[in-house]
Design a protein around this ligand. Sequence first.
Ligand SMILES: Nc1ncnc2c1ncn2[C@@H]1O[C@H](COP(=O)(O)OP(=O)(O)O)[C@@H](O)[C@H]1O
Ligand SMILES: [Mg+2]
Length: 491
Amino acid sequence: MINVDQLQPYSEKVIVKPSDNIFYELGNNTYDFKDLISELIDNSIAAKLPDLRLNVNIEFWVDDRNNCTMILIKDNAFGISQDKLGLALSPAAIQSANSLNEHGLGMKQAIAGLGKLKYLATKTTTDSQARVVRELRYGELECYCCDFNNISGTEICIENIKPIVNVNPQSITMTLVPYLGARYRRFLRPANRLAEINLFSRNTKTGDVLYSWDIIEIKPYYFHPSNRTNKPVIENRRISGPGWKAELTFGYAPTENELKDLGINPLPHYHPYAVSLSKQGLDVLLYDRVVLFHQLSELGIVNVRHNDYNLVRGEINLLEGFTTAITKNSIIMDDHFIHCINKVKDILQGQGGDEEKGYLRLKRYPAEIPERLLRDRLKNWLENNPVSKKNDVKTEYTIEGLAGSIDVLADGEAWEIKRDQADGLDVYQLFAYMDMGNINKGFLLASSHTTGAAAARDFIMEKHQKEIILAKRKDFPINNTPSEDERREYY
Ligand SMILES: Nc1ncnc2c1ncn2[C@@H]1O[C@H](COP(=O)(O)OP(=O)(O)O)[C@@H](O)[C@H]1O
Ligand SMILES: [Mg+2]
């Protein structure tokens, strides 16, 4: 290795000059069409005036063959002031913390990814006219001025459109519009709408509007397994570690029938949260917009995508301590992000302390099967199992005089079911039925039994010669996840 402390000075200098090629090369990034458009919308949102609803209009000018000739994106945000414009145009000249902007590259990546800058016009509230530049390069740029029809804002016009731009109306409807609605959902909530984003396609020759789209809020639907509402199972749970903070939301998407129960129309296949293999997983949000969709195997939460996880939905909302890569469609795998994902994994896989739910593995709360369903499954098993098949099995067998009924009476033996833990009083309730119903053997089927239950059983045996067996739910084949039909019937 060369010892740099002992180097001799050389007579030459090495000059490193900025190259304008960078403005072109920044377009060769991993963004897709909607990511490129999103970079520009991000900028408008980051520059939103606090008291004014943000308006972003995006126009795709098309020729007769529906090829895009020009893209115009226009906002009514605070504009770029004269002293900041040069920096805003210079790659990586502005680094922003806690903002939808970060590396100082986005706008330049988006413009070069979509085509070539025709002009950028911008006006702040204190300017009387808009300032316009017509090229992107290093050095002194010619500046123009013109009237602007907003008090402040920015308008970017891009020409020489690249093939990545797909303005086929059907593709806009099925891809761009729903994903922008999902990405910016937190700014589009009807109750507190912070931004209005509108897309248009226009005829290049006549200027006529051919199609228009209003971006509306798109969010995941959930189906809570126990209360059957459009709610996640875990909602905004704070998770944190040294130097980072995040929030986890987790739940299950409704199946087709469950959607019906919720009064929601079936989702078209292109809906970002329609149930399918490619749409399973959690969205990752940063600064209130989705930067990554449908993450599960990608984050190593499961090994591979599998149809078993198609209902998995949720959000990892990154609040503090995270950085995107220079294209904001990935998060830097630093200690913070790795730690965060591991915490999410622990919660969802059911490791770590009392989080014994195994949300991913079981897909449902294990204890949420209704007693009525357990009872009917038990009846079915008692009638059909090959080992000790019962001939006469009744459910809800009423004990005269007690105004109550035994869950199952099978060949003269009583079965009581408790979904959760059973205690001594549950044993005595069963005993009451057995005593008044003249039954000598009973089973108390429960997830587990307290020591009080065992004491009550022994006491009853000794005092009244009635046999009660404390049976565990897990020993009977009645605990599987409810089927579609069962869910309709029992919930
Ligand atoms: N529509 C806009 N309104 C106001 N300021 C903007 C707009 N677009 C870009 N800027 C300014 O340009 C800077 C650089 O933006 P950008 O190239 O998108 O970088 P970044 O990678 O940080 O998002 C921003 O920090 C912001 O100050
Ligand atoms: Mg930006």
